[in-house]
Design a protein around this ligand. Sequence first.
Ligand code: ADP
Ligand code: MG
Length: 256
Amino acid sequence: MANIVLSRIEKSFSQERVLKGIDLEIRDGEFLTLVGPSGCGKSTLLRIIAGLEAQNSGSVRIGERLVDGVRASDRDLAMVFQSYALYPHLTVKENMMTPLRLRDLSVAQRLPMLGRFLPGAAGKLKTMSQAVAETAEVLKIEPLLARKPGQLSGGQRQRAALGRAMVRRPVAFLMDEPLSNLDAALRVHMRTELSDLHRRLASTFIYVTHDQAEALTMSTRMAVMMGGEILQLDTPSRIYADPANRRVAEFVGSPK
Ligand code: ADP
Ligand code: MG
């Protein structure tokens, strides 16, 4: 397993400096939240880690690997968005199998010589079904596998989307405000679910939110971002007890 290290990440959109030299080391297996007000650059930073956006300067290392220029699909990360982005015409099971099929396809396309040595189609389908079944068990969504997204509640859809991200067994999960489309009660319930899931998977979670309560309850550590900079990185309790400055104190609602 691998830690993820960001060094001097800078990013501008036209004249606007959105990220001003971010240094951040994400530890293997931690639940790290990137928290800060809307527009401070959280999504941009997450997209750079994911490989969906290129930084202007600085580097991203995943484990031993420098991934600058490596495309998103080759970074072994799973990205969960706030919109569920499930295919409406496919069942949950078929949705969960899609990334596995895509991966096989892209390997075969890029390395045509390898295609001959890939295991037979029937065997491969069985392995995919197994991966989906195991993931469904962890998420407790076995009863939903035959349904289509239109037949699911918001929380169930969120779990199915998470399932689709999980079947590839990524090095880390990147989540951008994944609960923001849910109603308040379900959002609070899903916090506990995500914390449990993180414990069971023992995988790295990088979680973006503008909701300080969400960050305070779920994270191992939180990085408080403002104006394209990380102002403080520490455990929620230490940040709350000893905020680095007044802006951080106000944001997390600390009495200091
Ligand atoms: P956050 O996720 O913290 O709300 P973002 O990373 O989405 O913030 O955006 C940070 C700033 O960068 C905002 O001012 C936003 O308008 C700008 N921005 C983000 N993406 C783009 C883009 N593709 N083109 C131009 N400006 C962008
Ligand atoms: Mg955002």
